[in-house]
Design a protein around this ligand. Sequence first.
Ligand SMILES: [Zn+2]
Length: 254
Amino acid sequence: MRVADGPWYELRPAGPGLSHIVERHVAPWMRCNMWLIHGRDTNLLIDTGMGLRPIKPEIAALGEKPVTAVCTHCHFDHIGCAHEFDHRLGHAAEAMDYATPDLVRSCASSWIGAELLTALPHEGYELKNFRLTPAPLTGHLDEGDVLDTGDRVFSVLHLPGHSPGSIALYEKATRTLFSGDVIYDGMLIDNAWHSDAPAYEDSLRRLKELAVEQVHAGHENSFGRERLHELIDCYLAGGQRLGDPAAWVAEQAP
Ligand SMILES: [Zn+2]
């Protein structure tokens, strides 16, 4: 496989004060969405990718203002670059997974396959040697906490199920939800080693009651209220669940 030419990360405007960052050479079916909220005083980076290359040198906007990295949960595809940031927030239930991440606890061992990359981050890179850099949380987020960028306010929702410390950020003023892996427009995962399907159902029932118009999720495309309710209803009826990761990865591979 060739080495990536040009940047690893790509930033796209995604609305007022919001940018969407992706890892260009991680397969679209696996890569996480990173959301950069441009606040008046501080910026928030929601999720940080796999960490295959440093992100700060490539994304100029990350150097403009203080950045707080907010991890929606501890999985390998969301926490890879967290260590680059001085301020790292996540839920206390997964504190150990940020401080001492390993391939099993981060779910990397279930999900990483040779087909995951479309180019190498650097010469000689081998995905079988994938490791995460420890990124101990510098602060904990829990239900009801508020993140204030100076001109925008985001409430923290604790929505366990996919993982015990899964959180989402909700901006009431714009009815926008940054949902991490709690909900995205794809098959949901409720069978990782620390998943809890009944808790997942409760979390999704909660989301259905929330006044949401726009969802920016941890994977796949953003969507609106109607699709949110469709996805939730489908899950609650027993569908929309991914099942065996190995079989699913094999299906996605080109
Ligand atoms: Zn996840």
